[in-house]
Design a protein around this ligand. Structure first.
Ligand code: F6R
Length: 263
């Protein structure tokens, strides 16, 4: 797990967007795994800006979103499809048919979850998976106690997640309690994973993700099993890490190697 300690929110978004654009340059048929929520908004803004400047062509890219609420009608403004349209898809030249979400309406959901996983494999697997993290350590909507090898399926949201996300809902408005999410096993299949965390609210989840035992009680800790995960943390989210000094020193030495062109 590589830890990058950043000082401004924008710096993390810039670093992740630059990495995605670098990979897109090398591989026009890049396959991206995408998250919603407040954390990745800066990345999407930078990708959209790069496209508008003529620096990024998404015409052959495929995207797979991590999750979607169950039974929110298509086009619902609290839905993650709507969120992705607003923040990214309507600003870039990705064909609609290359945008994929886990099935979240209708019947035969288990079979369609399997088809969603098969579709990921058909286009060659996810190259870069973008993640945020819940204050309870969830990644996607894999809530604590999710199987570490889980695949795409329906999950019941915990009270903690419902409370955290209630900020997006008006008082009295229906808030879904069920979602369809990629599993932890699905996420771990990605070639590279980038996770950003901002704010003191995430500090306990980040401590458990980085320095805790690998345990389903903090789904983020499963990322310790992945060979190419980078965490971009602001000072508040990193505030509970015991080995912060070590991560800072490692970051300095690694960036020296990068500057020398040796990485
Ligand atoms: C959303 C998702 C979630 C969020 C997490 C953090 O697609 O996968 O795991 O990344 O709940 O949400 P924010 O970024 O709003 O703090």
């Amino acid at each position: 797990m590589r830890i990058v300690l950043t000082h401004e929110l924008d710096q993390a978004a810039e670093l992740v967007a630059t990495e995605i654009l670098r990979q897109l340059d090398k591989k026009p048929k890049l396959v991206l795994g995408l998250a919603t929520g407040s954390t990745p908004v800066g990345i999407y803004r930078k990708l959209a800006e790069a496209h508008q400047r003529g620096k990024a062509d998404f015409s052959r890219v495929h995207t797979f979103n991590l999750d979607e609420y169950l039974d929110l009608p298509a086009g619902h403004e609290r839905g993650y499809r709507y969120f992705m349209d607003e923040h990214l898809f309507q600003h870039i030249n990705i064909p609609r048919e290359n945008i994929h979400f886990p099935p979240s309406e209708g019947s035969d959901l288990e079979r369609r979850c399997v088809e969603f996983e098969e579709r990921i494999l058909e286009v060659g697997g996810i190259d870069i998976q973008v993640l945020g993290i819940g204050s309870n350590g969830h990644i996607g909507f894999n809530e604590p106690m999710s199987s570490l090898c889980s695949r795409t399926r329906i999950k019941t949201l915990t009270d903690k997640t419902l409370t955290d996300n209630s900020r997006f809902y008006a008082e009295g408005e229906h808030q879904p309690e069920l979602a369809v999410t990629m599993g932890i096993g699905t996420i771990l299949d990605a070639r590279k994973i980038v996770l950003q965390a901002f704010g003191a609210k995430k500090s306990e989840a980040i401590r458990a993700t980085v320095e805790g035992p690998v345990s389903s009680s903090c789904p983020g800790s499963a990322l310790q099993l992945h060979p190419a995960t980078t965490l971009y943390l602001d000072p508040d989210s990193a505030s509970q890490l015991r080995e912060r000094k070590y991560y800072e020193r490692a970051q300095q030495l690694q960036s020296k190697l990068r500057q020398e062109g040796r990485l």
